[in-house]
Structures are given as structure tokens and as C-alpha cells.
Design a protein around this ligand. Sequence first.
Ligand SMILES: [Zn+2]
Length: 122
Amino acid sequence: MECVKCERWIADDAQFCSFCGTRQPTVGDALTAAGREVAEATVAVMRRVAEAARPVAKEIARGAGTVARKAGRTVKPAAEQAARAVKPALRETKKVAARAARKTARVTTGVARKVKSAARKP
Ligand SMILES: [Zn+2]
């Protein structure tokens, strides 16, 4: 294998370099280093994802506002149309109620007159 420092060839199972004396990394060291590398890469990826997500979240927030505004624009005329449709119905209801009240008054007056004349009879 190659020495990690001086890059000269040494025995595969050497713990120290026979030229520069540098301790050679063990399998455990390599695993630890690999684990650290993976952890750092994961953090870097997460940071990149968070950075990439920020404008998307902003865009979504802006989009939500636009959707709400659009919905407002759609709902308002619909509500106005509904109000316009209800008005004549309300007028018609008022007319029918007034007619019914007049009819009731007439009938009541007639009944009252009948009751009065019946009371006058001996
Ligand atoms: Zn060396």
C-alpha cells in the first residue's frame, strides 16, 4: 500500500511507514473517516435542500396569496350575482305577504261584522 504521507510503497499490513514513520490509518480509522465524510455530506445536502426549498416556499407563499386574491375576485361577483337574484325574490315575497295580510284583514272584518250583526239579533 501507499503511505498516506510520503506516498512511498510500504507493506500492506504496516502500521507505520518504514520511510517517514507516519502511522497508517487502520480499518477503524478509515470507517470513522468515511462515517464523518458521509455525515458531512448529509449535512451539506440538507443545507443545500434547505437553501433550494427557501425560494420555493417563498414562491408557494406568494402563490397562495395570488390564489386567495383570485378566489376573492371570483367569489365577489358570484356573491353580487346571488344578491341580485335574491332581491326580486324578496320583492315578490313582500308583495305576496302584503296581499295575504290584506286578504286576512278583509276576511277578519267580514267575520267581525257577521259576529256583530248576530249579536244584535234578539
Ligand atoms: Zn511515509
